[in-house]
Design a protein around this ligand. Structure first.
Ligand code: PSU
Ligand code: MN
Length: 311
């Protein structure tokens, strides 16, 4: 019989056993969100940023049907370079395992696996959300519904403006997903510092985030996720005109080519990367590295609270 359990990378297994800080990382940004050949280099840099912040990185993905928390370098290379790596949301995990697929986990799938593995903090770039015209297409990322039932803190730079940002925030409220700005009361728009919407709460330190996680665990009221929205400094955001132009073009192109379903997000990301001639990629990388650093510091702060650990 095949063993369908999660396999842990050696370093991740030891860190979890010893109660040392661990940060989960997703593989969809590596396989489908960042252009080749930069993606593998960036994947390694993200892991290094977690280490520099004092935590152990656990990049999550599926290799030959085996779900892994803490891909080693050969496995990371395979998911970054092989053809036919599937994009796995939560609903895909069991089918992909049973059929022996290679797959990259989205925010939804990574959150679910991380929580199952006892990892309480996760760093990514941007969340999936409610797509524009979702009222007709029903296209809403499973990232949102998964976070409603998954106890994990996700450090991200909000959602991309390729989505309906306001509708995404409304859905997060309905679903009971906590959202706190990191040193900001505005929800970030990924490439741009300000996504155009206010937040009710902000926190100023990794220790405060750790206290929120501890309070949630001790209150025992609900087991959903917490989004820590970490905006880029204004001086580092993508030029607003370039951003708005590229977005309009990308949406028009998508409609013309009839792109739908799970291909939508990768299509628009690829359009940004090619149309801005690398400018959006540089910003994207900065965002992920900053989030990896903050997530590591949150995991460290959480691991220093004796009773409740990270989750
Ligand atoms: N947003 C980004 N970059 C990404 C993604 C989202 O700015 O790479 C990826 C994440 O893995 C996210 C997924 O979980 O896309 C959402 O895809 P969908 O909209 O098909 O749920
Ligand atoms: Mn979708």
């Amino acid at each position: 019989m095949t063993d369908f359990h999660i396999r842990y990378g050696g370093e991740v297994a030891r860190a979890l056993q010893d109660g040392r800080p661990v940060v989960a990382l997703e593989s969809t940004i590596v396989s489908h969100g960042l252009p080749r050949p930069d993606n593998l280099r960036v994947a390694r840099e993200i892991e290094q940023a977690v280490r520099d912040g004092g935590a152990v990185p656990a990049t999550i993905g599926m290799v030959g049907g085996q779900l892994v928390a803490g891909l080693d370098d050969a496995e990371l290379t395979r998911l970054a370079t092989a053809d036919g790596v599937a994009k796995l949301s939560v609903r895909d995990l069991a089918v992909a395992a049973a059929t022996g697929a290679d797959g990259a986990t989205t925010v939804a799938a990574t959150s679910a696996v991380a929580a199952a593995a006892g990892i309480g903090v996760f760093a990514t770039g941007g969340l999936g959300g409610v797509h524009r015209e979702a009222a007709q297409t029903f296209d809403e990322s499973a990232d949102l519904t998964t976070l409603a039932r998954t106890p994990i803190a996700v450090v991200c730079a909000g959602v991309k403006s390729i989505l309906d940002v306001g509708a995404t925030l409304e859905r997060l409220e309905t679903l009971g997903v906590g959202v706190v700005g990191y040193r900001s009361r505005r929800f970030p728009g990924f490439f741009v510092t300000d996504g155009g919407f206010d937040l009710d709460w902000s926190v100023d330190t990794p220790e405060q985030v750790a206290a929120v996680l501890a309070a949630r665990a001790e209150q025992g009221v609900h087991g959903g996720g917490l989004i820590v929205a970490n905006p880029l400094p204004e001086t580092e955001q993508l030029d607003r005109d370039l951003h708005d132009r590229t977005l309009a073009e990308g949406l028009a192109l998508m409609a013309a080519e009839g792109v739908t379903g799970k291909a939508v997000t990768p299509f628009l990301l690829a359009h940004f990367h090619s149309a801005t001639e690398g400018a959006s990629l540089a910003v994207n990388v900065r965002i992920i590295l900053r989030n990896a650093d903050l997530a590591a510091r949150i995991a460290v702060a959480a691991s220093r609270r004796p009773a409740t650990a990270a989750a």
